[in-house]
Design a protein around this ligand. Structure first.
Ligand code: AMP
Ligand code: GLY
Length: 424
């Protein structure tokens, strides 16, 4: 089969990496891909949804997989489906779960899914009134997509009012911030749970934990994610059961009843507070860097998972995972997440250790190729070193061994990925 992957990050690289090992897959295209995706397939430079759909038809693409949220929120799935094409991802209507935090919070409330107490508002007066009744810290969120920057955890009421005012005036995030959510702060540990859905049935993948802050010990500003691991021992059967019964099932039933059955991957950001899973947010795509670990834990050929979901056939697909752990360490460039860095050549040492070679891989993200074919670090998150192992410690050690093989000027990474699982 021929597969088209939309996106250009480490997440899309890792999906391509899993499909490359799959005997059912003959050819992979990336639109637009990055400087390393040509190792796995062919990059095509088309952005317009109708042109992409034409490309898929002309090239007899059997399955298109959408990586990032932007094309989903802008309706790529609807365009492909109108043309009779098979595509993995939610419709534009269902993608509002990520496209609008107000839509998401109202859906959670309507379907009776546990979430932080909140108000939605467009008025600074109303915001101030609610803030005055809250205890600190206070969370202020812009409604629309803000490339991961639209959430402020304010330590004081004044700071919360300042954040709300900046958003509502359009100063902070333009249109995306003119409606806001103000919500209570949840104190617990955070998990990423992914349910792959086909409109009727769903499969829960091994729970992952991301590390959002840039610095060791969870310090510094939020990033897209500095490293993740799965499965995390912070989830037990009881939490999985609660997430299925209180979160996934009512959400899927509610969306179906509201005329927008969900297919694709539902990314549930959970805060576990005193053993209770509470939904922080939904995203409508795989997490990055969580996807990089999940793709190597998948035992079933990846095409079966994606095709099963895209064709409403998950009930007849047996999805299995390796009885292993995966740890991914993001290697970023010097100024991430503050500003861009100068392009730097990436050198990867030959991996002579057979054990390491067999149990690790690099998912390339912010990279491009120069005219001589040299690989350059050009993005904030440059690549993800993923280690596999029979324990989290073994997987983590391999991931860091791989990090040691990667060289470029300004390289930086967190040194404590998976620390919550390795405490004591
Ligand atoms: P979001 O984009 O909603 O996931 O928010 C980004 C990050 O902010 C989350 O991953 C959490 O770490 C944090 N966050 C969001 N909402 C809350 C909340 N109500 N309480 C505590 N932390 C939160
Ligand atoms: N790693 C978190 C995200 O993709 O939003």
């Amino acid at each position: 089969m021929k597969v088209l992957i939309i996106g250009s990050g480490g997440r899309e690289y890792s999906i391509g990496y899993a499909l490359k090992k799959d005997d059912n897959v003959d050819k992979i295209y990336f639109a637009p891909g990055n400087g390393a995706t040509p190792k796995l397939g062919e990059n095509i430079n088309i952005k317009d949804f109708n042109e992409l759909a034409n490309f898929a038809k002309e090239n007899e693409i059997n399955l298109t997989i959408v990586g990032p949220e932007d094309p989903l929120v802008n309706g790529i799935v609807d365009v492909f489906k109108e043309q009779g094409l098979t595509i993995f991802g939610p419709s534009k209507a269902a993608a509002q779960l990520e496209g609008s935090k107000v839509f998401m919070k109202n859906a959670l409330k309507k379907y009776d899914v546990p979430t932080a107490k909140y108000i939605e508002t467009t008025s600074l007066e109303e915001a101030k009134e609610f803030i005055s009744t809250m205890s600190e810290p206070i969370v202020v969120k812009a409604d629309g997509l803000c490339a991961g920057k639209g959430v402020i955890i304010a330590q004081s009421k004044d700071e919360a009012i300042e954040a709300a005012s900046g958003m509502l005036s359009g100063e902070s995030f333009g249109e995306a911030g003119t409606k806001i959510i103000i919500e209570e702060y949840l104190d617990g540990y955070e998990l990423s749970i992914f349910a792959v859905c086909d409109g009727k049935d769903y499969v829960v993948l091994p729970a992952a934990q991301d590390h959002k802050r840039v610095g060791d010990g969870d310090t510094g500003p939020n990033t897209g994610g500095m490293g993740a691991y799965a499965p995390t021992p912070l989830v037990n059967d009881e939490i999985y059961k609660k997430v299925r019964e209180r979160v996934i099932e009512p959400t899927l039933k509610g969306l179906e009843a509201d005329g927008m059955p969900y297919s694709g991957v539902l990314f549930i950001g959970i805060m576990v507070v005193d053993g209770e899973p509470i939904v922080l947010e939904y995203n409508v795509r795989f997490g990055d860097p969580e996807c990089e670990e999940l793709m190597v834990l998948l035992k079933t050929p990846a095409s079966e998972l994606f095709m099963g979901a895209a064709t409403g056939n998950l009930a007849n697909t047996n999805i299995e995972f390796e009885d292993k752990y995966a740890v991914g360490v993001v290697v970023a460039s010097k100024n991430y997440p503050y500003s861009s860095s100068e392009p730097a050549e990436i050198i990867i040492d030959e991996i002579v250790d057979e054990d390491l070679a067999k149990n690790s891989y690099i998912a390339y993200a912010g990279v491009s190729q120069d005219e001589d074919g040299k690989l350059l670090a050009t993005g904030g998150r440059v690549l993800v070193c993923v280690g596999l192992g029979s324990s989290i410690k073994e997987a983590r050690d391999r991931a860091y061994m791989l990090v040691g093989q990667v060289h470029f000027i300004g390289k930086k990474c967190r040194m404590d990925i998976a620390y919550q699982a390795l405490k004591d």
